[in-house]
Design a protein around this ligand. Structure first.
Ligand code: PXL
Length: 278
């Protein structure tokens, strides 16, 4: 357990709200809390959704977003920052400009594009803006395979393809690229590929066959962000995040009647019951 004093690490998520509590800023804040990091959130959009699907997406104004970022910067400097759903090219440009101006260099970019049911969380034309404005600021970017395909414009069928894509995404400016393996459904393991600009690493976890994976990407990237805020290296942060999301998927909750959320308590609870201390 970390000490709770003035040196408590602060992490910021810049993302959309999932009123159902499984993804978006709600997943991020729950994850920050579980990893003993003080969580803050700047909202970019509000979604109306539950475990059955997304009913509506309502972006905030640029002014509302920039004012939130300025409020954070002027009093609550974060040790690490994450971006999630950014929705439009205009929002991406405004957020990237603040991040650059404020010198927030410990940045995790989760390039959120579509929700599980297929609802767009990023406009098609905004992908270019993401590549141009945000990836050059990223310490770590965490695409799943479909997102890596959109970023690179290539179909990724093999490990060699994913390695090539990771290099291509690193060339866009991201320092570390994590291509997540959850969407590689033919494999019994979910194997994430990590590229640090020089070497490749593979992190495997047993695949869990479950419908309750809503918010997986948000939770994984938030756990990385929390660990970076606490001073961990990118590779150590990704390893802890992998264990966090593995537990959150392996010990499901039964919430709602559709694609339910992951279990944000699981990592702490099951580590505690196994007698593991931080
Ligand atoms: O998991 C991607 C995601 C991110 N942000 C918000 C979401 C979702 C998926 O539904 O709703 C707000």
């Amino acid at each position: 357990m970390r000490t709770f004093g003035t040196d408590i690490p602060k992490a910021l998520t810049i993302a959309g709200s999932d009123c159902g509590g499984g993804a978006g800023i709600q997943a991020d804040l729950k994850t920050f809390q579980e990893l003993d990091v003080y969580g803050m959130s700047v909202l970019t959009a509000v979604t109306a959704q539950n475990t059955l699907g997304v009913r509506g997406v309502y972006p905030l104004t640029i002014e509302a977003i920039v004012e939130q970022l300025t409020a954070i910067e002027s009093d609550l400097a974060p040790q690490a920052v994450k971006t999630g759903m950014l929705f439009s090219g205009e929002i991406i440009a405004a957020v990237a400009s603040c991040i650059r101006r404020f010198g927030w260099s410990n940045l995790v970019v989760d390039p959120v594009m579509i929700a599980k049911g297929g609802t767009g969380l990023l406009q098609e034309e905004a992908v270019q803006s993401l590549k141009e404005h945000l990836l050059p600021l990223a310490r770590i970017v965490t695409p799943n395979v479909p997102e890596a395909e959109k970023l690179t414009g290539k179909t990724l069928n093999s490990l060699a393809d994913r390695k090539e894509a990771a290099k291509q995404i690193a060339d866009m400016g991201a320092q570390h690229v994590v291509i997540k393996g959850g969407h590689l459904e033919e494999a019994d393991a979910a194997t994430d590929l990590i590229y640090d600009g020089r070497d490749f690493y593979e992190l495997a976890g047993p695949r869990v066959y479950t419908a309750h994976t809503h918010g997986t990407g948000c939770t994984f990237a938030a756990a990385i962000t929390a660990e970076l805020a606490a001073g961990k290296t990118p590779l150590a942060a990704v390893k802890t995040a992998k264990a966090f999301i593995q537990a959150a998927i392996e010990f499901p909750l039964s919430i709602g009647s559709g694609h339910g959320p992951t279990n944000h308590w699981a990592y702490r609870k099951y580590r505690q019951s196994a007698g593991v201390n931080k």
